[in-house]
Design a protein around this ligand. Structure first.
Ligand SMILES: [Zn+2]
Ligand SMILES: [Zn+2]
Length: 331
């Protein structure tokens, strides 16, 4: 955490659109307390879609594939249906999500961090998208700076502009399928739609909040990122966040034997079927005395340089410096 600078004043302009949407889903999810709307099939769909839209859509596709390119996908067009799965989590299009997350890595826990816990746990969890921040306003300049690879793709630009089509289509599909199955339209819509969306949001947001505050730190990264087992359990391995900040391009986040990482297992399964290749792992080398040295880290971006608009970063911002020596390599 930076000790030489202070957080700039937060914009007071309320971002009404996300507040209405996110607030609306919170209110609609309250319908789940009505016993008449409960069904076991609705609960099962809720859990299955949490995995599909959160675990696959956000954790595997938006984060490990599109943000960090931690493996190569084949065929390339598969990226589009996978992005559609990501959009059904209602966390926006991929370009905006990727841009915000790369900025988080470039300025982790500093004043320019997209969602720094410097401003409190609530800010890191969900407060950051409730006000308009001019420095991270989603638009051409921001996208070209932080996600130029995705912004070049007209399909991804279309997705980013009209992402709401996809969660809405899923809500409608859940209602129609439930009705067809046996008059369970409202149950499937509430549990598979609203409750599941809420569940995906808060579990993935925990990575930004709880995994920068609680837990243990294996690697002395410059940020405050932590490995937090219960966050990892809720996010299919994403809660091993200190490992991730240390090795940002690694497809594997759980590095010790107890650090269960189902998202990495899924990528390995995709490899079996030829869908994933060139899977990146932490690169290490051994010194003559047997000590292990991390070798895939690059110098940190000096905040003053990286903040200048005239100095755009590469496709992915350089990871933070890691000062510790790695005790565990990879499988
Ligand atoms: Zn982080
Ligand atoms: Zn990341």
């Amino acid at each position: 955490m930076s000790t030489t600078t202070t957080a700039p004043p937060v914009s007071k302009r309320i971002a009404w659109a996300p507040i209405f949407y996110i607030g609306g889903i919170h209110v609609l999810a309250l319908l789940a307390v009505v016993p008449a709307f409960f069904s076991w099939s609705g609960l099962l769909i809720c859990l299955a879609l949490h995995w599909l839209t959160g675990g696959i859509g956000i954790c595997l596709v938006y984060h490990r594939l599109l943000t960090h390119r931690s493996f190569k996908l084949w065929p390339k067009w598969l990226e589009y249906p996978l992005t559609i799965i990501g959009m059904t989590a209602s966390e926006g299009g991929a370009i905006g999500w990727v841009a915000d997350h790369r900025r988080h890595h470039a300025y982790s826990d500093e004043e320019q961090d997209t969602h720094s816990p410097l401003r409190g746990l609530f800010w890191a969890h969900m407060g950051w998208f409730m006000v308009t921040d001019e420095t991270s306003r989603h638009g051409e300049a921001y996208y070209k700076r932080w996600a130029p690879d995705l912004y070049r793709d007209p399909v991804q630009r279309f997705f980013d502009n009209y992402f709401l089509i996809f969660p809405m289509a899923l809500f409608a599909g859940l209602y129609a399928a439930g009705q067809w199955y046996g008059g369970l339209g409202m149950s499937w819509l509430i549990w598979g739609g609203f409750v599941r969306t809420l569940f995906v949001w808060h579990t993935t947001w925990l990575v930004n909040s709880a995994s920068h505050v609680w837990g243990y730190r294996t690697h002395a990264t410059r940020d405050q990122s932590t490995n937090l087992w219960w966050c990892a359990a809720l996010t299919y391995g994403e809660g091993w966040h200190n490992n991730h900040h240390a090795f940002q391009t690694s497809a594997r986040h759980g590095l010790d034997w107890w650090e269960v990482d189902p998202t990495y297992w899924t990528i390995k399964l995709m490899q079996v079927f030829g869908l994933a290749s060139e899977i990146k792992l932490p690169k290490v080398r051994k010194n003559a005395d047997g000590t292990i040295v991390e070798t895939d880290v690059r110098p940190a971006v000096p905040p003053t340089t990286a903040a200048a608009p005239s100095c755009p970063p590469a496709v992915a911002p350089a990871p933070r410096e890691v000062r510790s020596e790695m005790q565990q390599t990879s499988a």
